[in-house]
Design a protein around this ligand. Structure first.
Ligand SMILES: NC(=O)c1ccc[n+]([C@@H]2O[C@H](COP(=O)([O-])OP(=O)(O)OC[C@H]3O[C@@H](n4cnc5c(N)ncnc54)[C@H](OP(=O)(O)O)[C@@H]3O)[C@@H](O)[C@H]2O)c1
Length: 268
């Protein structure tokens, strides 16, 4: 099966690297990007198209990995060739209703950057005829969930943006380590192992995160002393509001895409 991908920027290249890592052959990946520098890293690792039209023409599954605002121009360019293809849009906030104005078998997907190492989370929804094949290619690079389209903006906020949220938490904890005298490199090493092991512990047991927290908090000990300060600062509420704000932004992108509001008209 030939996977064609248009837009080898940050997310598109993470998908390609994930597929290559999972053993997808060079001759099964056809890439196109209007920026030659974005294609450069793949020149010996995948097939490179000379145009978007060539990429679409030769692909069985066509993945559109351009920015939401670039999708319209791309569809003007290649839309006429998509009819018999399974087309996957990974654009945040671009609804199926809009995509379906261009005839194709449409699947909307929300991956995250961890697809690069086969540890992504990918939510998909769309036309039934395309879902099995799209699920099979995304299963190579992460966990796939079929969802109702109504959940996509929330998944964009929690999963698409999630690696940035987790990274800032890691950096903050490591800075705490620096504050008490650890070199940053060592602090980051500790925090990375902390996140990996905590995620594994929660995944491999039936423990709720709060049960794990209880297990670490000895009466009168160090952990509860630290947590008291974090709770006083409202750490949980801030994180919840951050996710909610990302969700609101995903919904705004939806509206901007439909043309019902302009970005500059949205306050904050
Ligand atoms: N970044 C993430 O973590 C993430 C997570 C989930 C979903 N997404 C979605 O993934 C999509 C891509 O995001 P990104 O962060 O990877 O953007 P990006 O880094 O800007 O990559 C997009 C690439 O597509 C190229 N491009 C634009 N229009 C094109 C066209 N008509 N034909 C061929 N190539 C074209 C761009 O070239 P130029 O640079 O020359 O414009 C750029 O190299 C977005 O829709 C986003 O919502 C991203």
């Amino acid at each position: 099966m030939m996977i064609s991908l248009i837009g080898t920027g940050k997310m598109g290249s993470a998908l390609v690297r994930g597929w290559l890592r999972a053993g997808v052959r060079r001759d099964q990946l056809l890439l196109w990007d209007k920026n030659p520098l974005a294609l450069e890293p793949f020149k010996n690792r995948a097939l490179l198209a000379v145009s978007g039209k060539e990429a679409v023409d030769k692909g069985e599954i066509v993945v559109l990995a351009v920015k939401p605002k670039e999708i319209i121009a791309l569809l003007k360019e290649v839309g006429g060739l998509l009819k018999s293809k399974i087309t996957v849009s990974i654009a945040a906030g671009v609804p199926l209703e809009e995509l379906r104005k261009t005839p194709s078998i449409w699947v909307r997907a929300m991956p995250n950057i961890a697809c690069e190492i086969g540890e992504g989370f990918i939510a998909i929804c769309g036309d039934e005829e395309g879902l099995d094949k799209v699920e099979s290619i995304f299963q190579l690079i992460g966990k796939v969930a079929r969802v109702e389209e109504g959940l996509m903006d929330a998944i964009t906020a929690l999963s698409g943006s999630g690696p940035a949220f987790a990274s800032i938490l890691m950096d903050a904890l490591a800075d705490g380590g620096v504050r008490i005298g650890l070199p940053k490199e060592l602090a980051l090493q500790i925090v990375t192992q902390l996140f990996l092991s905590t995620a594994h512990l929660i995944q491999s047991s039936s423990l709720h995160p709060l049960q794990l927290k209880e297990a670490v908090c000895s009466p009168g000990g160090t952990t509860i002393a630290g947590l008291q300060v974090m709770e006083r600062g409202g750490i949980k509420g801030i994180l919840m509001e951050g996710v909610e704000k990302a969700y609101i932004r995903a919904r705004e992108l939806n509206q901007i895409f439909k043309g019902s509001v302009k970005d500059e008209d949205i306050a904050g």
